[in-house]
Design a protein around this ligand. Structure first.
Ligand SMILES: NC(=O)c1ccc[n+]([C@@H]2O[C@H](COP(=O)([O-])OP(=O)(O)OC[C@H]3O[C@@H](n4cnc5c(N)ncnc54)[C@H](OP(=O)(O)O)[C@@H]3O)[C@@H](O)[C@H]2O)c1
Length: 303
């Protein structure tokens, strides 16, 4: 596994991170299988694990906390979580970026993860107006209290990320960065110039270019999620079917290698519930992709 600097945080993270979210955090997916994946990832050198207080109805973060006990290479592990999305009593997610709720979110994450300090906490999906002076003061205080080491923002919106550039408290951003969403090169350069660590969420683009059989509950769950949340991506992904025919690469590996070919990305945080997929994805670290394939991906992006 190769490691990269996370902006100016002083942290070095594995260039492939593991996302504890989605079906991985569902009750129907067993604790044993979920924790085995996390431990295998850590054994193979993954040091960056990302989750969120609201992920999978709150189960994902607690599950990662459970996995931390007995984690191989525990001293090297860097956890990232998210606050700002809350769950109502029916488990439905809603946004609340009030300082009171954000502070409660941090306390809740400390408890769920079973730690006294969280290396990285990200504000989950705020708009610009949510990042008020009161919020920024709270973040400064929580960092001074030693509860959070570094602050980041997770957003799919370029305008929000541009705004974050002007707020020095934030040291990282997490963006949905993948072959379908290459983002503006100027923005990536600006983040890099300010030494803001860039984390790629959804780096496999949900593997939408890969024909998926509906053989199990998880496959149906992912297919429904794509249908509901990413209809445009599903359509666009058809242009990338050629990834399934590249010699020496599986389609998911090629998509991941494209993300890692950008040296400004600190870690590509993959999601998987299958050991075979995990191992396949981890093989990509340190493997260089031919310029001709990168070129072909670029052409598909421009078409
Ligand atoms: N999605 C978002 O909007 C979002 C937002 C913020 C943060 N994040 C972070 O990003 C992480 C990853 O996001 P994600 O899981 O939505 O997207 P992803 O990593 O791009 O894709 C995950 C999908 O790809 C499949 N997959 C994984 N490896 C594969 C392989 N080798 N071959 C074929 N299929 C493969 C997985 O199915 P299997 O389980 O069958 O492998 C799953 O359906 C999350 O866990 C979270 O930490 C995501």
């Amino acid at each position: 596994m190769q490691y990269r600097q996370l902006g100016q945080t002083g942290l070095r993270v594995s260039e492939i991170g593991f996302g504890c979210a989605g079906f991985w955090g569902k009750k129907i997916f067993s604790d044993t299988d979920a924790i085995r994946l996390v431990h295998t990832a850590a054994e193979r050198g993954v040091t960056f694990f990302d989750t969120g207080g609201s992920y999978s109805g709150g189960i994902a973060e607690r599950r990662l906390g459970q996995a931390l006990a007995g984690m191989p290479r525990r001293q090297d592990i860097i956890i990232s979580t998210k606050i700002g999305t809350c769950l109502d009593r029916y488990g439905r997610a809603y946004k609340d970026f009030s300082p009171r709720q954000l502070e409660a979110g941090v306390e809740n994450s400390l408890r769920s993860l079973g730690v006294e300090c969280i290396p990285l906490v990200q504000i989950h999906g705020p708009y610009m107006h949510d990042l008020t002076d009161e919020v920024l003061q709270l973040l400064t205080r929580l960092r001074a209290q030693g509860k959070v080491l570094h602050w980041g923002v997770n957003s799919p919106y370029e305008a929000v990320i541009e705004h974050v550039l002007s707020l020095p408290i934030f040291e990282t951003v997490m963006i949905n960065y993948n072959i379908l969403h290459p983002w503006s090169e100027n923005l990536i350069q600006s983040l890099n110039a300010k030494r803001i660590g860039i984390l790629a969420a959804m780096p496999l683009a949900g593997a939408l270019y890969h024909p998926r059989g509906l053989w199990s509950v998880r496959d149906i769950w992912y297919a429904l999620r794509a249908h509901r949340n990413y209809p445009a991506d599903k359509k666009q992904a058809k242009r990338y079917r050629f990834l399934n025919t590249l010699p020496g690469w599986t389609a998911a590996q090629a998509a991941l290698a494209w993300v890692l070919s950008n040296a400004h990305i600190s870690s590509a945080v993959i999601g998987t519930t299958r050991l075979k997929h995990l191992l396949e994805n981890l093989e990509v670290s340190g493997k260089t992709m031919d310029a001709a394939i990168l070129q072909r991906i670029r052409r598909a992006q421009q078409s």
